[in-house]
Design a protein around this ligand. Sequence first.
Ligand SMILES: Cc1ncc(COP(=O)(O)O)c(C=O)c1O
Length: 378
Amino acid sequence: MDVARIRDQIPGLQHGVYFNTGGFGQPPVSVNRAIAENYQQLLSGSVSTFDWYTEMERAAAEMPARIAGFFGADAGEIALTMSTGEGYGMVLGGLRWQPGDEVVITNEEHPVPLQGAEGLADREGVVIKVVDIDQDTDLFLDRLEQAITPRTRLFCFSHVTTDTGTRLPAREICALAQARGILTLWDGCQAVGQFPVDLHDMGCDFYATNCYKWMLSPMGTGFLFVRKGAQQILKPLRRPHAPDGTARQYETGTPACMLYQGLAASLDFMTGIGGPEAIAAEAGRKAESLRSRFDAIPGVRVTSSRRAETQSGIVAFAIEGMEGNEVSEALRNRWQIAQRATHINKPTGVRISVAFYTSDSELDTLVEAVTTLAGETA
Ligand SMILES: Cc1ncc(COP(=O)(O)O)c(C=O)c1O
């Protein structure tokens, strides 16, 4: 992969050192241009608003098929959403619940899915059970089995967790759920765009994500996958005026059509640079090198998984004697390194998002900065 040439197409990477793709990704010029050109047409009056609106509707109507093609699903299983949280709301609000039903989550859920589950508990008297993440897949699956009771209705998990970037064994979890008659809802926003995701192969019922992180698309774009068979049990939150037998019945209003032009451009971009396999290989190599360079710094501990099957491009670390937010602020203020602190579990630390577009010199700057900070606190 010609990273230098790719970086030339990504204006946001020209400033500072960028390690916050898990916060929001840096879109290439083609994505920005696709969105800007649509607005420009309106601003300049170069097309009639009627033609513009018709074109936007047509383009949005094509998006479910494009998204489905990228993620191993059928077009009829994709609803357009503006965020992960919106997809969660559609699923948690659209299933029928009894007080005492149980939903299992992990101890590393982002506030958006966590608050979705907590809201469900408040409204419906559902019980939330928390299973601790583990980098050891077998150990995690054992813990999960032990958490299942006859009242377990839903597993609600991040595909890749937000702080340590632990990649859960999604296929195995879905198979376990299916065998026990339990539904699965996934938060995919730290997974999509990092590595290939095939939703049919994974075997999930529901998969909600935004597309503004590793997918390099604008904020306001996302989707909800609803497996064809699961559409019989998930009720739309509003009565669709034209039920068409697809997941679009779950959409809660008009999608941000012009932003999806940006998502279409990012799918083209990602395919053009080699697709998800090549993207994962490039970022995987860089993340591995960062983990071993961190290991060599006294006082620094990598808190992300050490096992290949549960690793991702997110590399979290802690410096002995410093809180995560202190490290994060120092990296930003002294070295202009964009990243964010981790705070869900102890020890607090910093989350580094290593992407395919990360440069060697960015990695060098980061390692030098962390070495300096760890030396200062020793
Ligand atoms: C794992 C995870 N879930 C959800 C979100 C936010 O979701 P949204 O803003 O799309 O609702 C984030 C954002 O950082 C995240 O990391």
